[in-house]
Ligand binder design. Structure first.
Ligand SMILES: Nc1ncnc2c1ncn2[C@@H]1O[C@H](COP(=O)(O)OP(=O)(O)OP(=O)(O)O)[C@@H](O)[C@H]1O
Length: 305
């Protein structure tokens, strides 16, 4: 599959400080990728370079093959961006806002405006003033606005900040629909790991300006097993000696193995005269994983900017 967006050796130096260090990342159609990292890891800087709000020191961003270094406006015209609180004209209706924003792009028809309204489920309220909308509805109107020119790539920075659980769920649902139906590639930064876990197909983790991991969310969730075996101590040593991380619990322990490895490992353990009582997948939360990957790094706080 051809990526929609590619970051190629992307770097940013401010003064003497390397803030983003040789970042390589591909984002694919129909996929929602979460962008995670501790405070100060470089998420905002990366996103600002991707949307042209900050210059690139070296490397490049390709959007549908168009290089931002070679054709800045051509590349940017293919992106839809949603920030935390989209700017809207509060005393105009949702519909008039969309008509206004549609004028900023070439070729956005009335039919397209109606289409995006349907996509975010705003048909019943679109003729009302934005000042009467809940935060969740404003956010969905922001999503509709970002989709007007049919971008194949959407960037969302903390999109659900301030939304209540129902608002978050609705937003997530519409985002999924847009990724599935229009094949849009979505890149979302959020500090809410549980939210990212539900919303995203993949996560990219950045720390100190470097990409430290990129994984499928399903893969993150299925790579741990809880084992109860006797004698417990030698069973734990057996896994440690093979390089697995072993987290001890009262009657058993958790290891970071992949499913195909399990039968062989258990067989070996049995040969070494251990009795096996329980082997079951252990679902680690994304938060556990994140802390493991970043060595206990703090989860980035919500932006207050
Ligand atoms: N204009 C600047 N001059 C100097 N250093 C900067 C500048 N902008 C950002 N930085 C530094 O670059 C690093 C990355 O910042 P960035 O805002 O991209 O991180 P972040 O991952 O978005 O963090 P947060 O989650 O806290 O918003 C930080 O150490 C920050 O202090």
């Amino acid at each position: 599959m051809q990526p929609v967006v590619e970051l190629k050796n992307l770097s940013k130096t401010i003064g003497k400080k390397k803030i983003i260090d040789d970042l390589n990342l591909s984002l694919y159609p129909g996929q929602i990728t979460g962008f995670l990292g501790p405070n100060g890891a470089g998420k905002t800087t990366t996103i600002r370079m991707m949307v042209g709000l900050m210059s690139i020191t070296s490397g490049d961003v390709l959007i549908e093959g168009v290089s931002l270094s070679d054709d800045f406006e051509g590349g940017l015209s293919k992106i839809g961006v949603i920030v935390e609180n989209p700017e809207m004209y509060k005393f105009m209706t949702g519909y008039k806002n969309l008509v206004h924003f549609a004028r900023m792009h070439e070729g956005v028809t009335k039919e397209r405006i109606d289409e995006v309204i349907n996509q975010v489920g705003m048909q019943n309220r679109i003729q009302e003033k934005v000042s009467t909308y809940s935060l969740g509805m404003r956010q969905r109107l922001g999503l509709a606005q970002a989709l007007l020119h049919r971008p194949k790539f959407l960037i969302l920075d903390e999109p659900t900040n301030g939304l209540d659980p129902a608002g978050i769920r609705e937003f997530r649902m519409y985002l999924r629909k847009i990724a599935d139906e229009e094949g849009v590639s979505v890149f979302v930064s959020s500090h809410m790991l549980s939210e990212i876990e539900l919303m995203c197909d993949r996560i990219a983790v950045i720390q100190n300006g470097k990409l430290i991991d990129i994984k499928e969310v399903a893969e993150v969730q299925e790579s741990h097993y809880y084992i109860e075996a006797m004698p417990l101590e030698t069973a734990e040593t057996f896994f440690q000696a093979k390089g697995f991380t072993v987290e001890s619990h009262k009657d058993g322990f958790i290891i970071n193995a992949e499913k195909p490895q399990i039968p062989g490992l258990i067989q070996e353990l049995t040969t070494l005269e251990h009795q096996i009582f329980i082997v079951q997948p252990h679902r680690k939360t994304l938060e556990d994983q994140f802390l493991e990957m970043t060595g206990g790094g703090q989860i980035a706080e919500a932006h207050t900017k």
